[in-house]
Write a protein that binds this ligand. Sequence first.
Ligand code: GLN
Length: 192
Amino acid sequence: MAGKKVIGILGLQGAFKEHIECLKSLDIQSRLIKSKEDMEGIDGIILPGGESTVMGKMLIDFKMIEFLSSKIRAGLPAWGTCAGMILLANRIDSINGAHLGVMDIDVKRNAYGRQIGSFITSQLIPVISNNPIPLVFIRAPYINSVGSNVRVLCKVDGNIVAVREGNMLATSFHPELTEDMSFHRYFIDMVS
Ligand code: GLN
């Protein structure tokens, strides 16, 4: 019988604790990832929100970046929320440090400007849930364009804010800051 799934959460910086709580509420075991060794045996990984430039730099300093990007390229399920989405992207509009560059999306950082950068809305996303999902944006990116293998899951005001490409999921917003666990459930299904 297969053992219980373990989902890693990149724990270098940002909103990783909230994701741990969400997974716990769904009875899923999680593990904070702070080194290459921590990634041993995980079944999926969440890249949290925070500051993508800082996380990218830490991934390099801690010699994790190539290992992690090759694991994702090899099929490890990965979900990036906000800064995590920026880390996954192949292309980023503004100058940014290191990133994983594994997902065929073109991302605009701080896309909503710095003043009105944070807002909450809600939207029905039928592939994720039968009920409207609250979407929390905090100095969020959105996606300018996607490659042909990328499926757009959600747009807000015409801008792409959630996508899936094979084993990868990316959201501009923060489901871990809401009570609605449908995105977490969806990712757990990707891992299973
Ligand atoms: N603005 C941040 C960045 O560019 C992302 C913000 C977030 O993750 N909430 O990395």
